[in-house]
Design a protein around this ligand. Structure first.
Ligand SMILES: O=C(O)[C@H](O)[C@@H](O)[C@H](O)[C@H](O)COP(=O)(O)O
Length: 232
């Protein structure tokens, strides 16, 4: 699949450039369909982008924000992606947006995944925007190398929705949207920073099993051409 690289001089310029693109896409979605959806990633990379996006002048009351993936922890846990998004994106103008959490106070992560899947289905599909990150091991979302449900998560045959994932090094059990849910977002972005991540991307673009570097599933098989946003 084709991918387009957008390079910026530093992280601040990248945050603004990506916020420009995403806010225009959300506004277009609202104009076309009356509402918009965006799934975002956690990690350390997206903070500046979240802050830039939160101040953009769009009709946030018509936007639903959700997460590409989440840890099975409540929203007051410092490792929660919900907390990261609440503190950095759902602020300022973006306070008016709706939020669809993946974590639920259910008996198990499995149960939480079922509830989140049902709620996500009511948003309609595809997502207008999905912003992916990438780890230095080549994971994206919670598609971890050697994850206990990796094959299922990245299979095109697995339906849209949220499933659980456990992997060594991932810490808590994760909740993740499946490949099917993410790969056809109207705007599909890989947001990475630093030479190290660029090198990992180059390795992922080379031949090799998807299971070794699960970002390859997106690079190779996503229906939407990937927009890569990068700064040193
Ligand atoms: O919640 C998470 O941890 C993410 O969904 C994960 O896939 C992340 O995007 C990458 O691990 C990159 O993380 P950094 O931005 O911290 O390098």
């Amino acid at each position: 699949m084709s991918a387009e690289m957008h390079e910026f001089k530093d992280g601040a310029a990248l945050a603004e450039g990506l916020a420009d693109k995403v806010s225009a896409t959300l506004s277009d979605a609202i104009a076309a369909r009356g509402r918009a959806t965006i799934a975002v990633s956690g990690g350390s990379t997206p903070k500046a982008f979240f802050k830039a996006l939160s101040s953009r002048d769009i009709d946030w009351s018509k936007v639903t924000v959700t997460l590409v993936d989440e840890r099975f922890v409540p929203a007051d846990n410092p490792r929660s992606n919900h907390l990261l998004v609440a503190d950095n994106l759902l602020q300022g103008k973006a306070k008016a947006a709706g939020f669809l959490p993946l974590y639920r106070d259910a008996g198990s992560a499995e149960e939480a995944a079922k509830i989140a899947s049902a709620d996500a289905a009511s948003l309609g599909h595809p997502f207008d925007v999905a912003i992916l990150g990438m780890g230095t091991d080549g994971h994206t979302a919670s598609f971890f190398p050697r994850g206990n449900r990796l094959a299922e998560a990245i299979s095109a045959a697995t339906p849209r929705g949220v499933i659980t994932m456990e992997a060594e090094g991932a810490g808590e059990t994760r909740l993740t949207f499946t490949f099917a849910s993410l790969q056809d977002a109207r705007l599909l972005v890989l947001h990475i920073e630093g030479q190290g991540k660029k090198d990992v991307l180059a390795a992922a673009q080379a031949d090799g099993p998807e299971e070794d570097m699960p970002i390859r599933a997106i690079l190779r098989r996503a229906a939407t051409p990937l927009d890569i946003y990068w700064a040193p």
